[in-house]
Design a protein around this ligand. Structure first.
Ligand SMILES: Nc1ncnc2c1ncn2[C@@H]1O[C@H](COP(=O)(O)OP(=O)(O)OP(=O)(O)O)[C@@H](O)[C@H]1O
Ligand SMILES: [Mg+2]
Length: 274
């Protein structure tokens, strides 16, 4: 049953995200065109498609890094509110419980791993800048709590022993874990992962699959991921949406997507789904 809200957006029970008619052009290029799909609460949902299909662009339109030309992105926030995200500032999106990692890992090399994770918590600090600058009690207490939370996030990712090491010089697999730990700081409701397995070897990818499942189960959140590693996608996703040239091809279970003719054709000449 649909539930109306103050913003006028509605979302069927059991859904966390409903994308409708999402469209964006760059010059004449329709990077995402009339894309619609929905994601259920606590599922692991995959968005797949050949290189340049518009997957990252779709993520950027959902998280408001890009403002779509058209369409709605209806989201059930961590406080239960249902609202259309289109036009909201990025920091509001994070506060609502929608967090992401980037296709190109984004860490600050000069900072330690724990400080990189703490960046994910800055929207949750209640102390004012002045209280923080003067290191007043509330600011000190908050900082202690946030550090403890960051250590837990690093422990969850299995890299707490590296917390005080600078990010610069760490292997790529570690930096990806730092980015994922950062998403756990924001009381995530929906975590968007853009190619989490890129650059990882087989055993790291197998570990990642387990980590993604644990994130979903222990943090009780939903995972939306883009991934080219078809074995990973087919292994961990409850449902998958396939797109090509910015357009919807099919949505279904891994088995349905593997057997879909349109999807198979889109991948011809590329890597084929196994
Ligand atoms: N900021 C931008 N300005 C102009 N064109 C862009 C921009 N971002 C993406 N594009 C174009 O939009 C199309 C979709 O790109 P996008 O990065 O979303 O694809 P993708 O599915 O994520 O590909 P990949 O699998 O290679 O990461 C491509 O043709 C790309 O060149
Ligand atoms: Mg991409």
């Amino acid at each position: 049953m649909a539930k109306a809200t103050h913003s006028g957006a509605a979302l069927a029970d059991g859904l966390v995200l409903d994308i409708h008619d999402l469209s964006i052009q760059f010059g004449g290029l329709k990077a995402v065109e009339a894309l619609s799909f929905h994601v259920k609460e606590q599922e692991i949902f995959g968005l797949i498609g050949p290189n340049g299909a518009g997957k990252t662009t779709a993520f950027n339109c959902i998280t408001q890094f890009y403002h779509p030309d058209r369409g709605q992105v209806v989201f059930r926030a961590r406080d239960g509110r249902v609202l259309d995200l289109v036009g909201l500032p990025v920091h509001d999106i994070i506060r609502l419980g929608l967090v992401r990692t980037f296709q190109n890992v984004e860490v600050i090399k000069e900072l330690t791993l724990i400080d990189n994770v703490l960046i994910g918590a800055h929207t949750d600090f209640k102390a004012t800048i002045l209280e923080q600058a003067l290191r007043l009690p509330r600011a000190r207490r908050e900082e202690r709590e946030m550090r403890a939370k960051a250590v837990r996030a690093l422990e969850f990712m299995g890299i707490a022993h590296l917390k005080d090491a600078p990010a610069g010089g760490q292997p790529y697999g570690v930096l990806k874990k730092v980015e994922m730990a950062r998403t756990l700081m924001a009381q995530p409701k929906l975590i968007i992962l853009d190619e989490p397995a890129a650059g990882l070897n087989d055993s790291e990818t197998a570990e990642l699959a387990e980590t993604i499942r644990r994130m979903r189960d222990e943090y009780r959140c939903t995972i939306l991921l883009v991934e080219h590693d078809m074995r990973l996608v087919m292994n961990i996703c409850d449902r998958i949406c396939a797109i090509s040239f910015g357009q919807f091809l099919a949505c279904g279970t891994p088995g349905e997507i593997q057997g879909n003719k349109l999807v198979q054709e889109a991948y011809l000449g590329e890597e084929e789904p196994e």
